[in-house]
Design a protein around this ligand. Structure first.
Ligand code: ARG
Length: 588
């Protein structure tokens, strides 16, 4: 139903009518707006297999299409490009359809799938840092995109909550507070309801315990033992671990809430613990595993590999499970319990080998059948001005909570500098500063390609000028106020009529492109496509608003048409920003 697919049909028919494949008829938005609005370049790839001259083919296609009343002008350029300009009447009609559509022209997926988006991935007891920013923001956006496409999507935070760090913390705490009942194997009474440690205590203990494990063999052995006992279900350890988990989740929720990131599932590695041993037994029995120095592994290398893919480790010689073991069992769990058909993992690209191994193992073992899609949609890193992962002055990774406050603080200054939201109630002003800060953070992140790294620049991100989140929020708020003013004057939107000037025509052309942009965002798991679109939409709107003086327009039909365009622009902007996880204030 999009303009591009309609046009591609028209040109596809033309190619077919001269005996060539319809797929050559694909139309795209023009790279040369001075020559046309759209272009069809199919004559070039069509020429070689047909053994013909591309310009001749293009000429014949052009003749076959000419007469189509939707097209105002066509011209031939270069070796065989066809430039296309639509009639303003047809464009207006196409826009009317978009305006009337609750989904603004974006189709639903042909088939609704059960999808799990695995993102976030923080570890219990460990302070969240700048490295957790991108998976959270990108994952939230991809989840929303897939949801809007019509799938049943669950976002799973997939906590690291079951590995040796848990044993290390248990041992560390047993030394600091040996009198706690959790360490007394003979204790029978109910364990205390309140946690003996705060999340702050845990976050301080975590690096200490981890460092001790590296230095002190006896400590490391005790931690390994405690991990095994925890996993095997020793009641005191389970009770203590459950406190660790609860207080950590509370702290994580605060940070994620601030970021506007929300999970449907707070599962973790521990969720699948009970599945792991039966899974391994089954795989061993089926002859799918091999022993390697006492460890149980699955070979996942393939003859055609160009780089070495080592086997996936399922269990160490002492029986301990690994990161990949729980990921494999989690795939099985999601298929069985949620009927998941697609799993998308938003995790640092540096873990790509891990996911390659896990996915291959899932295929080879039949845990994931051919109807299940497994994807690692990796993310790049947030870098400091030196181009290396962002560090604080003392050389530590910046805490995520500090990063959030820093951005909100800068956003507050920006409001002052620009004399925005002045004289509003304190509470509303705080809320606006928060939303401006989050738009800065999210847009600053999401307009980069998912896999690339970017330099975190709080000054640039929070600016109201340029390609930034605050620029978009300001644009959206301005559109809202235009519509408010129109409605106060009793003006209403009407049917969209043919454009009579560029500012208006270009906005219409932009608004017609959302379906195609959305499709690309879905296909490549690429929120940056939508971020770019939001920016272009606001920029086109601003030019439109400069050229079209809506409130003083004497022609009521034109004024009504413009108001519908304004309303449609706002709806699209709201939709796109929502898909990016960016919230718009009512005013500022
Ligand atoms: N907790 C992991 C880490 O800190 C990230 C988890 C990513 N998700 C997954 N299913 N492996 O590296």
């Amino acid at each position: 139903m999009s303009l591009l697919s309609d046009l591609s049909d028209v040109f596809g028919d033309a190619f077919a009518s001269i005996g060539l494949d319809r797929s050559f008829g694909e139309v795209s938005v023009s790279q040369r707006p001075d020559l046309g609005q759209f272009q069809c370049n199919g004559a070039l790839p069509a020429a070689k297999p047909a053994g013909r001259n591309p310009r001749e083919i293009a000429q014949e296609v052009l003749e076959a299409v000419s007469g189509d009343e939707r097209i105002a002008e066509m011209s031939l350029a270069g070796p065989g490009f066809i430039n296309v300009i639509l009639t303003d009447e047809f464009l207006a009609e196409a826009l009317q359809t978009v305006a009337e559509d609750g989904r603004l022209g974006v189709p639903r997926a042909a088939e609704a799938l059960a999808v799990v988006v695995d993102y976030g991935g923080p570890n219990v007891a460990k302070e969240m840092h700048v490295g957790h920013l991108r998976p959270a923001i990108i994952g939230e956006s991809i989840k929303r995109i897939l949801l809007f496409e019509g799938h049943r999507v669950a976002g799973d935070v997939h906590l690291g909550d079951w590995g040796t760090p848990m044993g290390q913390l248990i041992v560390e705490l047993s030394e600091r507070q040996p009198g706690l009942p959790y360490f007394d194997a003979g204790f029978t009474g109910p364990y205390p309801a309140d946690s003996p440690v705060s999340v702050g205590d845990l976050q301080l203990m975590y690096p200490v315990a981890s460092e001790r494990s590296k230095q002190d063999r006896a400590f490391a052995e005790a931690a390994r033992q405690a991990t095994v006992e925890l996993q095997d279900g020793r009641p005191g350890y389970r009770a203590l671990w459950s406190h660790f988990r609860t207080v950590s989740i509370e702290a994580m929720r605060d940070v994620y809430d601030d970021l506007g990131v929300h999970f449907d599932l707070w599962n973790g590695e521990s969720t699948v613990h009970d599945r792991i041993q039966p899974m391994i037994d089954r795989l061993v029995e089926a002859g799918l595993t091999r022993l390697s120095d006492g460890a149980t592994v699955i070979d996942v290398a393939d003859e055609v590999d160009t780089k070495e893919i080592p086997p996936l480790l399922l269990a160490k010689s002492d029986g301990a499970y690994l990161y990949g073991t729980s990921d494999l069992a989690t795939i099985e769990e999601r298929i069985e319990d949620l009927d998941a058909r697609l799993m998308v993992y938003i995790v640092d690209v540096r873990q790509s080998l891990h996911f390659e191994q896990v996915f291959r193992a899932a295929r080879l073992t039949g845990i994931a059948g051919p109807d299940v899609v497994l994807e690692h949609a990796g993310n790049g890193t947030v870098n400091g001005p030196d181009g290396k992962p962002f560090k604080t002055r003392d050389g530590n990774l910046l805490r995520l909570a500090d990063l959030v406050s820093m951005v909100v603080e800068r956003a507050t200054q920006r409001l002052d500098e620009n004399e925005l939201a002045t004289g509003y109630p304190q509470e509303e002003r705080h809320r606006i500063a928060h939303l401006v800060g989050m738009s800065a953070l999210k847009f600053g992140d999401l307009h980069n390609h998912r896999t690339s790294n970017y330099i975190f620049d709080v000054d640039r991100f929070t600016s109201f000028d340029g390609k930034t989140g605050p620029y978009l929020l300001y644009g959206a708020v301005r559109i809202k106020s235009i519509l408010r003013e129109a409605s106060e004057r009793g003006l209403k939107g009407g049917r969209i009529i043919a454009a009579d000037r560029d500012g208006e025509r270009n906005l219409m052309l932009r608004l017609a492109r959302l379906p195609e942009v959305f499709a690309r965002a879905v296909e490549h798991r690429a929120p940056n496509q939508l971020a770019e679109y939001a920016f272009e939409l606001v920029a086109d709107f601003n030019r439109f608003y400069e050229a079209c003086h809506i409130l003083s327009e004497p022609d009521a039909a034109r004024q009504g048409s413009w108001l519908t365009l304004v309303g449609t622009t706002l709806r699209q902007l709201e939709l796109v920003l929502d898909l990016l996880g960016i919230e718009i204030p009512e005013r500022m």
